[in-house]
Ligand binder design. Structure first.
Ligand code: GAR
Length: 207
């Protein structure tokens, strides 16, 4: 399965997807890394792995829809069948999301539907949560919503600050993102409306 990865920064989840090439039975190929930020660290990671890169600077486009259409054109030119958001920090327009419906996935550093949006780890700590985690999901127009494919749980530890918690959540992100891509590539994920199924089973009821 050909995949495109969209980034804005560090690209550690991109790196996890790059490194998954070494896993036995991995059948995906990253055909494009697209960034809206020219000096994103993830671009360097892609170049080091000999993966095609493309920078589309949102500031050069009149509005979000025109920017998103330029991204779709670049992605489609590569033949990518799945688009993975990996720390892509731009809101996407509804036409873009509808165009890629059920072929567009995201990783978010909380157990959705809890803690949508930004500054997640500090908000988790401020709320006194004992557990948090991360989620891979298909993207829907409303921010950080959509059928959940995989989640991992992370325990909050005494003395955690936002950075230590983010680091432990990130370790789990690096496990579940490649795993979700593998499940999709192997044809084991189906989507029924707002519900994702793995091997026909509902793992995360959407209620
Ligand atoms: C990750 O923690 C990812 O879950 C988060 O940004 C970070 C990107 O790190 N994404 C979001 O918050 C999206 N709502 P990375 O660039 O090292 O992969």
């Amino acid at each position: 399965m050909k995949i495109a990865v969209l980034i804005s920064g560090r690209g550690s989840n991109l790196q996890a997807l790059i490194d998954a090439r070494r896993d036995p039975g991995w059948t995906s190929e990253i055909v494009l890394v697209l960034s809206n930020v020219a000096d994103a660290q993830g671009i360097e990671r892609a170049e080091k792995a000999s993966i095609a890169t493309c920078v589309i600077d949102h500031r050069e486009y009149a509005d979000r829809e025109i920017f998103d259409a330029a991204m779709t054109e670049a992605i489609e030119a590569t033949g990518a069948e799945l688009v993975c958001l990996a720390g892509f920090m731009r809101l996407l327009s509804t036409p873009f999301i509808d165009h890629w419906r059920d072929r567009l996935i995201n990783i978010h550093p909380s157990k959705l539907p809890d803690y949508k949006g930004l500054n997640v780890h500090q908000r988790v700590l401020d709320a006194g949560e004992t557990m948090t985690g991360c989620t891979v999901h298909f993207v829907r127009p409303e921010m950080d919503t959509g059928p959940i494919i995989l989640q991992a749980t992370v325990l909050v530890q005494a003395g955690d600050d936002a950075d230590t918690l983010a680091a432990r959540v990130l370790e789990q992100e690096h496990l579940i993102y490649p795993e979700a891509v593998r499940l999709i590539a192997d044809g084991r994920v189906t989507v029924d409306g707002e519900q994702a199924l793995i091997d026909g089973n509902v793992l995360y009821p959407n209620d």
